[in-house]
Design a protein around this ligand. Structure first.
Ligand code: LFR
Length: 483
C-alpha cells in the first residue's frame, strides 16, 4: 500500500463514528476507530443537537485515528465529514454559535410552513428546487429563527469542518436539502432568498465533493495529534449522498434503499424531474456526488423501531432485539400495517402506543405483543418501499432490476426478505458502512488514488471490491407491485 489512509467522520441521528479507510490490492479496507452516541435533546424548550459534544467526540476520534494510522506506518491524508441533512448552526463573525442547533424533529416549523408558502407557493418552490416537502426542510427552519442578523448558517458537516479548519463553505449535496438550491444547475436559487427575507450570503459559497475545504487549525492539529497540513476534504457531506455513491451496483438498472434512522428509497438520475406529478408524489431531487440526482422519497425508517426499543428499555430490562426479530419472523404474513411515512411518527416518545393507535385507525387489530409491534413496523416499511419504488419507476421511466439495501438496515434479514417479497425484486444487502465508504472513496479519488471517471464508475467499482453483499430472492415473484 501507499501508506495513505483517510478518516471518515460519519454522524447519524442516533450515533457517530470515525472510520479509517485504506485502499488495498483487495479493495478498500475500513476500520472503525471511535464510536459515540448521538441524539436530539430537549434543551431550552426545544429539541437540539449538542454540537459541542459532537465536536469533542470528533477530535477524540481523530486522535485515535492518528494513533491507529501511525502504529500501522500510515499517514492520515485527509478527513471527510458527513452527517444527516437540513440542520444548521448560526455563527457570528467571530465563529460563536448563536444557539445550539435545532433538530429537524422539533415541531416549531408547524407555524412557519404557511408563512413560507405565502411568500413562495409550493408549486414554485418545487419547480425550482425539486425538493420533496418535509416539514423540516431548512427554509422552514430559517423562517422560525428569531433573527438572522449578523450570522451565517453553516450546515452541520460544514459547521464541524469550520471548527476544524476555520474555513467556511457549503457542500453542494447537503445544500440541496435546504430548499434554496436550483435543482437544474446545483447553484443557489438566488431569487428565492429575498422573498423569504434571507440575505444572499446567509450561507457560505458552495463547494463540490472532492474540494479541499481547508487545513487543521493549530489547536485542533495539536489536540488530534495530526500535522496542521492535514486537509479536510468536502465529501458527499449529506450522509445519504455518501451512501448512494457507495452503492455496489454494477448495472444501471438499480434502485437503492439507504436504510438507517430513515429509509431513503429511490433511483439515481442524470437530471431532475420537476413535474407536477413528481411533486404530487413528493419525490425529491437531491444532489448526489458528481452532480447526479438522488430521485427518492424519505420513507419511515428504523426510527420507529429505535423509538420502540427506547420506550421498552425505560419500562423494564433492555429489550433483546435479536430475540424480538426472530419472534417477529415467525408471525404470519398479512398482519396489521400502518403508514410508516406519516409525519405522525416524526417526533420522539410514546412510539409503541402511537403505532397501536395508527393500526387501529387503519382498521386493523392493534398489534398487542412486542414482537407483533416489531413485525407491524417491518411489514409497514416493506409496504412503503414497494409503493415508493413503484412510483419511482413510473415517474422516472427508470427500469429497476435489483434493489441495493445499504446502511444499518441491510443487517436486518427479516426486513430485507420482506422487501424482496413485497417488491418482487431481488435485494442485495450491504455494505452496512456504505456512508463511511462513500465518504472515504471520494477522498481517495480527490487524492488521485482512484480512477476519476466516468461519473461514479470508479467509486462504484471500488465499492464492489469492498462489499460482501447478501442476496434475498422474492418468495413469490407473482406478487410484484414494483414491476
Ligand atoms: C438520513 C437523512 C435524510 C434526511 C434526514 C434528515 O440520515 O440525512 O437523508 O432527510 O436524515 O436530515
Amino acid at each position: 500500500g501507499s501508506g495513505a489512509v483517510f478518516a471518515a467522520v460519519d454522524i447519524g441521528a442516533s450515533s457517530g463514528r470515525v472510520i479509517l479507510g485504506k485502499l488495498t490490492d483487495d479493495g478498500p479496507e475500513l476500520v472503525t476507530v471511535h464510536r459515540f452516541p448521538n441524539g436530539a435533546q430537549f434543551l431550552g424548550g426545544a429539541l437540539r443537537w449538542d454540537v459541542e459534544a459532537l465536536f469533542t467526540e470528533v477530535v477524540a476520534g481523530l486522535a485515535t485515528a492518528a494513533d491507529t494510522a501511525a502504529r500501522a506506518g500510515d499517514t492520515v491524508t485527509s478527513i471527510g465529514i458527513d452527517t444527516w441533512a437540513v440542520d444548521y448552526g448560526l455563527v457570528d463573525a467571530s465563529g460563536t454559535l448563536r444557539h445550539l442547533p435545532f433538530s429537524y424533529r422539533d415541531a416549531r416549523t408547524e407555524a412557519t410552513i404557511g408563512v413560507v408558502h405565502a411568500a413562495l407557493p409550493p408549486e414554485r418552490l418545487y419547480a425550482r428546487t425539486g425538493l420533496q416537502f418535509l416539514p423540516f426542510n431548512t427554509l422552514y427552519q430559517l423562517a422560525a429563527e428569531r433573527s438572522l442578523a449578523g450570522v451565517q448558517a453553516l450546515l452541520i458537516p460544514d459547521l464541524l469542518a469550520y471548527r476544524l479548519t476555520g474555513a467556511r463553505c457549503t457542500e453542494a449535496t447537503n445544500a440541496s436539502t435546504t430548499g434554496l438550491l436550483d435543482a437544474g444547475t446545483g447553484t443557489w436559487a438566488e431569487d428565492l432568498f429575498a422573498p423569504l427575507g434571507l440575505a444572499p450570503d446567509l450561507f457560505p459559497p458552495l463547494v463540490e465533493p472532492g474540494t479541499v475545504v481547508g487545513r487543521l487549525l493549530p489547536a485542533v492539529a495539536a489536540a488530534a495529534g495530526l500535522p496542521a497540513s492535514t486537509a479536510v476534504v468536502a465529501v458527499g457531506s449529506h450522509d445519504t449522498a455518501s451512501a448512494v455513491a457507495a452503492v455496489p451496483a454494477d448495472s444501471p438498472h438499480f434502485a437503492y434503499i439507504s436504510s438507517g434512522t430513515w429509509s431513503l428509497v429511490g433511483v439515481e438520475l442524470d437530471a431532475p424531474i420537476l413535474t407536477d406529478e413528481s411533486r404530487a408524489a413528493n419525490f425529491t431531487n437531491e444532489r448526489g456526488v458528481d452532480g447526479t440526482i438522488r430521485y427518492l422519497r424519505n420513507t419511515g425508517g428504523l426510527w420507529l423501531l429505535q423509538e420502540c426499543l427506547r420506550e421498552w428499555s425505560i419500562e423494564g430490562p433492555e429489550p433483546d432485539l435479536v430475540g424480538l426479530l426472530a419472534a417477529a419472523a415467525t408471525l404470519p404474513a398479512g398482519g396489521p400495517t400502518i403508514d410508516a411515512d406519516s409525519n405522525d411518527f416524526l417526533a420522539p416518545d410514546g412510539m409503541p402506543g402511537r403505532i397501536r393507535r395508527a393500526a387501529e385507525a387503519a382498521g386493523h387489530a392493534a398489534p398487542s405483543s412486542r414482537e407483533a409491534v416489531v413485525r407491524c413496523i417491518l411489514d409497514s416499511l416493506a409496504d412503503a418501499y414497494a409503493r415508493t419504488l413503484h412510483d419511482a419507476a413510473r415517474l422516472s421511466g427508470h427500469r429497476i432490476d435489483v434493489i441495493h439495501v445499504v446502511g444499518g438496515g441491510s443487517q436486518n434479514a427479516l426486513l430485507c426478505q420482506l422487501t424482496a417479497d413485497r417488491t418482487g425484486l431481488p435485494v442485495l444487502a450491504g455494505p452496512v458502512e456504505a456512508t463511511a465508504l462513500g465518504n472515504i472513496l471520494v477522498q481517495a479519488r480527490a487524492a488521485g488514488l482512484l480512477a476519476a471517471g466516468p461519473g461514479l464508475a470508479g467509486i462504484r467499482a471500488a465499492a464492489r471490491a469492498a462489499a460482501r453483499t447478501v442476496r434475498y430472492e422474492p418468495a413469490d415473484a407473482a406478487l410484484s407491485p414494483a414491476r
